[in-house]
Design a protein around this ligand. Structure first.
Ligand code: 9MR
Length: 554
């Protein structure tokens, strides 16, 4: 009943725990080395959190500044989990959240020297990938194959989806772009660690190189590379279903265009290490934009695809509105080339009210973030104000409205499939406001988003595998389940509470203990709707954690 960030706190930032349904009035912070009280205070009784129906009392121990290992003691209730106060308290977690992408790599063995006991054999070479009958044309007749190795598995499944690669890859590249000095020296112990490129960029590059193979000669980009059906809970190398690329879609092509434009500018400084790579990305981006302009509404429809055999039943990522994808791709092309035509096509000024929390199907705010950092952006002040207003809505919710003191809940709709990614992306938006203003209230609110993910929430779980005493143990993640190792592979963010519970029928014998928005979570491998992991959830976790680390250690 004492909900707090189980990893810990920064000496110079706010520190809050929430005690639920208790009449206790006092709290003590115990220094575990000295076995003595380091700080004490009064619990501030607050209101009921509508999302968990728990009455929240707040313990604010921000005054505790000394590094060390502590726990809270509350008379009548007992002890909290232990936590640290440390200048780099989230560094290991941040590194693990990027390392998680390494563990998701397809078409390569995960080696012992980088992965320890989580080493595994190579899965899915993807050198022979069939063009699904739905995408066959004169140029790509029946039986045609492409080679499309590499990239990351999307999630708990072993398929590779361009739409979801879009936001995920952008977010890792953006983390680098926004704090290059910090990431220049951050080592992740991956196969590329000894080259001259920062590790986070090398990791992103692994997926970008795969994405490039998904572009057809006409500029269009295949929506996904997939099995017809989801695999069972087997290791990657045991999976042997035939692999297909399906239809080229507008959404996939535009997400690809955005990421390639961004990659072109990020990798431009590595001309020696990656000769002509930046040019190649920009060319691919422009070709993709041309294709999308000629094919502005090819929307993915899995039922239609499946009229041709084999039927495809894996993740759809079937966005029905691509206006935001057009905006995002045009913006990234503008920021990378300075060509005002792209800015005009992005129609930013005409749509200033359309920017919202980023998600795989809502991507224009990713462009907004890039625009705010580009000095040649017309209407720069107006653009910045849109982002600041969005950040204000989260900050104000955390400070003035939320009984748990967190941004999550600002929009009830965010308690849905992948809810934790909404919490993480709120933190990402708050950090944009901090970068623009250096107002610490934004930074503290972003830290409270991380606190939410690591335990100050409706279930008391830390939703990151391997971090926190009570953390996700049984994610819906095939390698974590099939590798014969008790604990899950570390560094992965579970989807989180999801009151829609779409998997209930597939989880015989196990039930959600609650259907309340902030409590509808099941730490069970069957729970794909609340306990899967996914690249687009880990990317904002990585961005949030490591950018906070960078700012706290500036
Ligand atoms: O994150 C996706 C979520 O927004 C959708 O509601 C859900 C159902 O379509 O799919 C989620 O994405 C899954 C994808 O389709 C397949 N790989 C696993 C993804 C995470 O659950």
């Amino acid at each position: 009943d004492i909900r707090l960030n189980q990893v810990g706190f920064y000496p110079g930032a706010s520190k809050v725990a929430i005690v639920v349904n208790s009449d206790a009035t006092k709290f003590f912070v115990i220094d575990e080395a000295k076995k003595d009280t380091a700080f004490k205070g009064n619990l501030k009784k607050g209101s009921k959190w509508e999302f968990s129906e728990e009455t929240a009392s707040k313990a604010d121990f921000s005054g505790l500044k000394k590094e060390g290992k502590y726990h809270l003691y509350i008379p009548g209730l007992g002890n909290s989990h232990s936590f640290e106060v440390n200048k780099k308290v989230h560094q290991d977690l941040g590194k693990a959240s990027v390392k998680a992408f390494y563990y998701q790599r397809a078409s390569t063995p995960i080696q012992k020297k980088y992965a320890g006991k989580f080493a595994r054999k190579e899965g899915h070479p993807d050198t022979v990938v069939y063009i699904h009958p739905s995408a066959q044309t004169d140029k790509r007749p029946a039986g045609s194959v492409i080679s499309s190795p590499g990239g990351w598995y999307d999630a708990g499944d072993y398929n590779k989806y361009i739409v979801n690669s879009g936001i995920s890859t952008y977010t890792l590249l953006a983390a680098y772009e926004h704090n290059p000095e910090y990431f220049d020296t951050l080592k992740l112990n991956i196969p590329e660690s000894s080259n001259k490129i920062p590790d986070i960029l090398d990791e992103a590059l692994y997926n970008i190189k795969w994405m490039l193979t998904m572009q057809d000669a006409d500029g269009g980009v295949y929506h996904k590379l997939t099995n017809p059906n989801f695999d069972g809970f087997i290791m990657p190398h045991e999976a042997d279903q035939k692999r297909y690329v399906v239809e080229k879609t507008t959404a996939a092509t535009l997400d690809f265009a955005a990421v390639m434009a961004q990659a072109a500018r990020v990798f431009n400084k590595y001309k020696k290490e990656l000769p002509k790579f930046s040019e190649k990305c920009l060319y691919a981006s422009k070709k993709a934009m041309e294709w999308a302009t000629k094919n502005p509404s090819v929307l993915y429809d899995q039922a239609k695809i499946s009229e041709k055999s084999p039927a495809i039943v894996t993740g759809a990522y079937d966005d029905k509105n691509v206006a935001d994808e057009f905006q995002w791709a045009n913006i990234e092309l503008f920021v990378s080339t300075g060509d005002p035509v792209y800015y005009q096509n992005a129609k930013v000024k005409e749509n200033l009210t359309s920017f919202n929390l980023p998600d795989w199907q809502s991507v224009n705010t990713l462009g907004l973030i890039s625009l705010c950092r580009y000095s040649k952006t017309p209407d720069l002040e107006a653009v910045k104000n849109v982002l600041l207003k969005l950040a204000d809505s989260y900050k104000n919710h955390a400070l003035n409205e939320s009984a748990f003191g967190v941004p999550m809940g600002q929009n009830k709709g965010h308690f849905t499939w992948g809810s934790n990614s909404f919490a993480a992306n709120q933190g990402v938006i708050l950090l944009q406001a901090y970068s623009l203003t250096k107002n610490h209230a934004y930074l503290n609110a972003a830290i409270s988003s991380l606190d939410y993910l690591l335990g100050r929430n409706g279930t008391g779980y830390s939703y990151v595998t391997g971090f926190g005493k009570k953390s996700t143990m049984y994610p819906h993640h095939r390698p974590s389940q099939a590798d014969g190792i008790e604990e899950p592979i570390p560094g992965f963010l579970a989807g989180g509470p999801n009151p829609q519970m779409q998997d209930q029928g597939d989880c015989p014998g196990s039930n959600y203990s609650s259907s309340l928005p902030a409590k509808a979570y099941m730490d069970h491998v069957c729970s794909y709707a609340s306990n899967e992991i996914a690249i687009n959830w880990n990317a904002p976790l990585a961005y949030l954690t490591l950018s906070i680390e960078a700012f706290m250690n500036e």
